[in-house]
Design a protein around this ligand. Structure first.
Ligand code: FAD
Length: 294
């Protein structure tokens, strides 16, 4: 199914992200995650592509996306980056995706390697999106966006101008980088609407439930920390049970507010954690039912 049709038929779509683990022997983790998620009311599941990883991890993306569709009957959204690949390699991956029946692709540039310049089929995600669309009309192409601006962009306004190019290249819906301050997202939405970007935008939400996540994810992604979230971290970061509970409540609050405000989608960064994904879904399921009632 073309995911853009989901956005046409539902007011608010609920999706999740899983990732192939970096260690080749750890791939079972993602299969266990998918097994653990079965039965939840998830509209689609996205699978990351080589984020900080290896070629074998990239191959797993197609395999996992295919399994999500065949085994669990859920629509997959397969991420695809152009950093580190030639046009021929990308065309080959597209063939594998089509053969596996995977129709939806999140077109990304990917992060530039720290070691310096590398093979790069296209300079920007918008070029990759256009290439995919020209290769085969079978595919539906989605993209990423950044409520606080991408780190490489001169400013948020400049980033939004570039985002418009991505949408003009045929991207049918967008997912945001994670954020902790809903006000940041609402200000971003005002700006993108003014810029004439009118495709559905799903809010990317990551539950922070462990101290290691604060150190790694929160400091790496550069998302601003609202006072309420800062208080939670400072009070509970040394107490694992309290942090788990407070982090979960914060996520549920964030989603409750976003859904009430008419967000078009919530995309949960699960970090392959079934327990957390199930807890968030159970707590927020009725919100989605309520807004999607005809
Ligand atoms: P782009 O849209 O190309 O933007 C990158 C920079 O170029 C920005 O500063 C932008 O303003 C500028 N730019 C864009 N288009 C133009 C243009 N036409 N002209 C001039 N400048 C332009 N990484 C992975 O490796 N694997 C994943 O699976 C993955 N999944 C992700 C999922 C989501 C929802 C998000 C938000 C990010 C994900 N990332 C992933 C990280 C992403 O690859 C990095 O943030 C990367 O640095 C930028 O990718 P992009 O597709 O947003 O790039």
């Amino acid at each position: 199914m073309n995911i853009s049709n989901l956005y046409k038929s539902k007011k608010t779509v609920y999706s999740m992200e899983v990732f192939p683990p970096k260690k080749s022997g750890a791939v079972e983790t993602v299969y266990n995650t998918l097994y653990g998620l079965r039965g939840l009311p998830i509209d689609y599941i996205s699978v990351t592509y080589g984020a900080g990883g290896t070629d074998s991890q990239k191959d797993k993306t197609v395999e996992i996306a295919s399994l999500i569709k065949s085994e669990y009957g859920i629509e997959p959204l397969s991420h695809l980056t152009c950093v580190g690949s030639t046009k021929e390699q990308i065309a080959e991956t597209l063939t594998h995706l089509k053969n596996a029946g995977v129709q939806n692709i999140l077109a990304l540039r990917g992060d530039m390697p720290a070691e310096g310049p590398c093979e790069m089929a296209f300079p920007h995600a918008s070029d990759l999106a256009q290439f995919i669309r020209e290769q085969d009309s079978f595919f539906n192409v989605a993209g990423a966006c950044y409520p606080e601006g991408h780190v490489d962009a001169e400013s948020l306004d400049a980033d939004i101008e570039n985002l418009k190019k991505k949408v003009d290249a045929g991207v049918t819906h967008l997912t945001t980088q994670l954020f902790f301050d809903n006000e940041v997202f609402y200000r971003f939405m005002e700006k993108v609407e003014k810029a004439g970007i009118n495709v559905p935008i799903a809010a990317g939400i990551m539950p922070i439930i462990k101290k290691t996540q604060i150190e790694r994810t929160v400091s790496m992604c550069g998302a601003s920390i609202p006072a309420k979230f800062a208080r939670l971290i400072s009070r509970y970061s040394e107490s694992p049970e309290a942090l788990y509970s407070a982090g979960l409540s914060y996520t549920i609050d964030q989603i409750t507010d976003l859904v009430a405000s008419g967000v078009r989608g919530i995309h949960l960064y699960t970090m392959n954690n079934v327990e957390v994904a199930r807890a968030v879904t159970t707590a927020t399921e009725s919100l989605f039912e309520s807004v999607n009632k005809i």
